[in-house]
Design a protein around this ligand. Structure first.
Ligand code: KIV
Length: 279
């Protein structure tokens, strides 16, 4: 059965936690779907973990469409949520609508995620009215890393916490079906979760959110350049892959691979004729 906005809302009402994880390609999307994820986020974190940039600022609309298409083909019942990259909602209403439309029509996303506060509320309403489900993203918004002065916890002071709460309520009232809360104090995230109708998904925001998200490469131990405090490794796939590649290289170098089991035989008589002609 496919996960829809109704399913997400029903799970929040029932107190059932939502599981979101990033995915950027078909193979991983299939594995995450088989693992039971509700939402696959085609995050612009792909700029860092797939493309090797130091942050998400250089990710383009074309990058997002390309990866979203691949994930959607493997998503098998999961809700596919695709990030709107840096500035794609900030250069005017028509650009924002067109860009979101591309992620849905070409990228086969079921919804889009946008980083920003109450200033985006009118746009959210227009998108929702146009049939584009929107998830907002507050707290540490990685596209603003240069303005925020680095990847650090947000909204610890009273005025900043109140601003975040007001942003969340404005976006919720504008029709956002959910809000990602990144790197904010756990009790603030729990408070937001109680004050909005939509689902809250935390990353470094404690256990009081309606669900959680992690970057797949972080939680599987495949991306080791940075390890934020909120990451827990649920597997050591990085070591597993390194060991697999090392074993492959050793087998090729020693002549152990390929063996007969990985080779294709030729009929003796056919080969005898061939060998006779090509001495
Ligand atoms: O791009 C991304 O992966 C994200 C998550 C960190 C929520 O936005």
């Amino acid at each position: 059965m496919s996960i829809t906005l109704t399913t997400l809302q029903r799970k929040k009402a029932a107190g059932e936690k939502l599981c979101m994880v990033t995915a950027y390609d078909y193979t991983m999307a299939r594995l995450c779907a088989a693992g039971g994820a509700d939402i696959l986020l085609v995050g612009d974190s792909l700029g860092m973990v797939m493309l090797g940039y130091p942050d998400t600022v250089s990710v383009t609309m074309d990058d997002m469409v390309h990866h979203s298409k691949a994930v959607a083909r493997g998503a098998e019942g999961c809700f596919v949520l695709t990030d709107m990259p840096f500035l794609s909602v900030r250069t005017g209403h028509n650009d924002a609508m067109r860009n979101a439309g591309r992620l849905m029509a070409e990228g086969r996303a079921n919804g889009v995620k946008i980083e920003g506060g109450r200033e985006l509320a009118p746009l959210v309403t227009d998108m929702v009215q146009a049939g584009i489900p929107v998830m907002a993203h507050l707290g540490l918004t990685p596209q603003a890393v240069n303005a925020l002065g680095g990847f650090k916890v947000q909204a610890k002071a009273l005025d900043a916490a109140e601003r975040l709460l007001e942003d969340a309520i404005a976006l919720d009232e504008a029709g956002a079906f959910g809000i990602v809360l990144e790197c904010v104090p756990d009790r603030l995230a729990a408070l937001v979760s109680r004050h909005v109708q939509g689902v809250t998904i935390g990353i470094g925001a404690g256990a009081g959110c309606d669900g959680q998200v992690l970057v797949l490469q972080d939680m599987l131990g495949m991306y080791t350049e940075m390890k934020p405090k909120f990451v827990r490794r649920f597997a050591e796939a990085g070591s597993c892959i390194r060991e697999g590649v090392a074993a492959y290289c050793a087998a090729v170098r020693s002549g152990d691979f390929p063996a007969a089991a990985q080779s294709f035989a030729m009929d003796d008589a056919v080969f005898a004729q061939l060998a006779e002609r090509w001495k």
